[in-house]
Each structure stands twice: as C-alpha cells, then as structure tokens.
Design a protein around this ligand. Structure first.
Ligand SMILES: [Zn+2]
Length: 399
C-alpha cells in the first residue's frame, strides 16, 4: 500500500510507536488474563529503576499496575499527577477485520489494531516518556495506573484506588487517556444498568386470558422507558456541552417466551440510564418501579405468585471537574487548547474523581472508532498525544 509522504515523515518521530505495537500484541480482551502485558510493563519499568505495585482480581488472573516515578527529592506520596489507562480491550469476535487485530499495522496515515484508540496508545506513549522524565528529574511524582476489567464495568480500578489510598498516595490530579481526540474532557455522564425480570403465568394460547403474558407485561415497561427517553429528549434537563445533551434511557436486550402457542411465563430485559452527573439515577429507577407496580393488580388477579423484579447490573457514577480546576488548567496547557468538552460515555475518571483525585480525560483517537472492527487512530493524533506528554514533562520536570 502506498503511504502518503507526510506519513513516512511522521512515523520516525513517534517515540511511542514500538510500545504501541508491543501493547497491542497482547490479547487482553476482558475475558482473558492481562498478566502477560502487566509483567512486560513491570519489567520495562524495572529497567528504568521504577518499582510497581500490582493488585489482583480474586482469581489472580488479572492485575492492576501502579507505579510511581519519584520526585527528585524522593517524594512518592504527596501531590503529582496520575496517568491512567485500562489494559483490557473489547472482543473482536464476529467482527470483519481487514488486518490482524492484535498486530498494530500502519496503513497510510493511520494505525489499525484492537486497542489502538481505546486505549493502549495513550498508555504506550506515557510509558515511552518515562526514561525522558526520569533523566530530566521530576518536581513532583508521576504515577502510572494501568487497570484490568474497565470494559466490563470499571471493576479493576476500584481495587487500585483502594490500594493507593491505603498506601497514603495523594495525587493532586489524574489524566485518563480515553479517546477524546486530545480534547480536554472535564465531565461525563453516569450510567446505571438494570435487568427487569417478569414472571407471568403459563397457559395454552387458546386460553390466553387464563395466563399472564410475561412478554406483554415486559413490553409495557419497555414502552414506559421509551416514553421517559422521549421526555428527556424533548424537555431535558439539558447540558449543551455534551454530544447528547440530555439523560438517555435505552433497552438493549430482551428474552422471553418458548413457543407461539404458549402464553409466556418469563420475560426479562436489560435497560440503562446514562444520566447527566446532576440527575439522580435512583429517582429514575423509582419512577419505573412505580409504573411496574400499577401492572401488578391485574397480574395477581390471575396468579398471586406472578411478579416483576429489578436487579442492578452495573453502576458507574458521572463526574464533573469544573473547567477552572487545577487539573483542567494543566490539561489545557499540555493540550495547547482552551477548549473543554463533556462526553456521554463512562470511564474510570469518575472513580478517580470520587476518590478525591480530580480528573480529566484526554487521549488520542475518537470514541467513534472504539469497539469497531478495523479500530484505528491517526498518526497525527498520536503525534498530538506525544506533544501533550512533552509539555507535561516541561511542567513537571526540573530541567
Ligand atoms: Zn476505554
């Protein structure tokens, strides 16, 4: 394939390219162990004289890595900035890829591979700058936080945060390298996922009124959720800084019934709220439950054991670091932009924020390319990320 001239000029300047290739080559799909990648990074940092703390999942198949580049005065605990990335990636199963997904491949002005945008490039570039920062000497510590199981609900980072709090590490800010197009993102929505399980009453479909049709009951609740979604879309609340400027409600999975001639006994469906940080998700669920309760008398009249139940599937808080915060100012200075944004997708930033580590999101690539077949990021975005790291070094280093 013929690469444009600009690309060949850009490639040798990217100090992180080899590390991107290395990290992408580890298949760290969330269901797999990430230990091979973690051990590789641990050994890489050890060669620079940097020690790591690993925190494991219950099965010890996956680990978070936390490493501190000490300040020149030896300080490792107070202040400093966390650079945060997740090591896991979403599956490639069933996706039509034109290049091997676990091999970062440069074609033209882009690099393709699973995780190149979400989000191994940011972590790789941060790691590539470690020798430079250490050589220049740091005024305050720089912490690297690599987590497991982000894509399945920001699971791993919770242990990492508990561990560093127990160690007395008190960073003054965190930069999460999720793909933001290298814009400085200061807020994202929260997310709540739920499963609703409807238990009806089986009957021959010729005798439908003698049964309780679980699919129909579920459908009424799904319709109610759709009405809620419409209400937010039409009446807000609105925050125009978001790409989708209001809370959204969505049903993503439904299962029910066994045969057309049986009134179905069971139906379950999964739905979610992606709420503005200041909307209360508890109230949204309460509203759905109140509606569901209005369906029960008719169900119970046929069979008192019928029911509607709600299980929580996932919870991720929203966050909003104000545009005037210190970390947002640092982010803007390093990104060389005054622009700040807010996004609808969730991330670990909210968990850092809740742990009293003010956070922003700033990373190469765009969320639209994440989770897709032929996931890509432009070399220009990577170059921007490297300029960001260079400026960060200028702020944090002695020389
Ligand atoms: Zn991500």
């Amino acid at each position: 394939m013929n690469a444009p001239a600009a690309t060949t000029a850009l490639q040798p300047q990217l100090v992180g390219l080899d590390l991107i290739r290395t990290l992408v080559a580890f298949d760290t799909t969330s269901r797999e162990s990430n230990l091979a990648l973690i051990h590789w990074v641990r050994d890489y940092l050890a060669r620079e004289g940097v020690e790591c703390r690993l925190t494991f999942d219950d099965d010890r198949r996956k680990a978070n890595l936390f490493a501190t580049l000490p300040a020149q005065d030896g300080n490792t605990l107070s202040g400093g900035i966390v650079l945060s990335g997740h090591t896991d990636v979403v599956p490639v199963d069933g996706q039509p890829w034109d290049s091997p997904p676990f091999q970062a491949t440069v074609i033209g002005d882009r690099i393709f591979g699973r995780g190149v945008t979400d989000m191994k490039s940011f972590s790789a570039i941060a790691l590539a700058f470690v020798p430079d920062w250490l050589r220049r000497g740091l005024k305050q510590p720089v912490h690297l936080a690599l987590s497991y199981d982000e894509e399945v609900g920001c699971i791993g980072v919770r242990r990492l945060l508990a561990d560093i709090a127990a160690q007395g590490v008190q960073p003054r800010g965190c930069i999460v390298g999720e793909p933001s197009g290298m814009r400085v993102v200061i807020a994202h929505k929260g997310k709540r996922g739920y499963r609703c399980r409807v238990r009806g009453h089986e009957a021959h479909s010729a005798l439908a009124p003698l049964g309780v049709n679980a699919i129909q009951v579920a459908s009424e609740i799904v319709s109610f959720l759709a009405q809620m979604a419409r209400r937010f879309q039409e009446r807000g609340a609105f925050d125009a800084s978001y790409d989708v400027p209001h809370t959204t409600v969505h049903t993503g999975v439904i299962r029910g019934g066994t045969a057309l001639n049986i009134v179905p006994r069971d139906c379950s469906f999964d739905f979610e709220f992606r709420h503005l940080p200041f909307d209360d998700p508890e109230q949204l669920l309460a509203e759905v439950k109140r509606f569901a309760a209005t369906l029960l008398p008719e169900m119970h009249a046929v069979d008192p054991t019928t029911h509607i139940e709600f299980d929580s599937l996932s919870t991720l808080p929203g966050f909003d670091t104000h545009g005037g915060s210190e970390i947002a100012a640092l982010g803007r200075a390093c990104a060389a932009t005054q622009e700040i944004g807010k996004v609808s997708f969730g991330s670990e930033a909210a968990l850092f924020h809740n742990a009293e580590i003010p956070a922003i999101i700033c990373g190469p690539g765009h969320i639209a390319q994440a989770h897709q077949p032929n996931e890509w990021v432009t070399l220009e975005q990577l170059a921007q990320c490297e300029r960001f790291m260079r400026r960060l070094g200028d702020h944090l280093c002695v020389a």
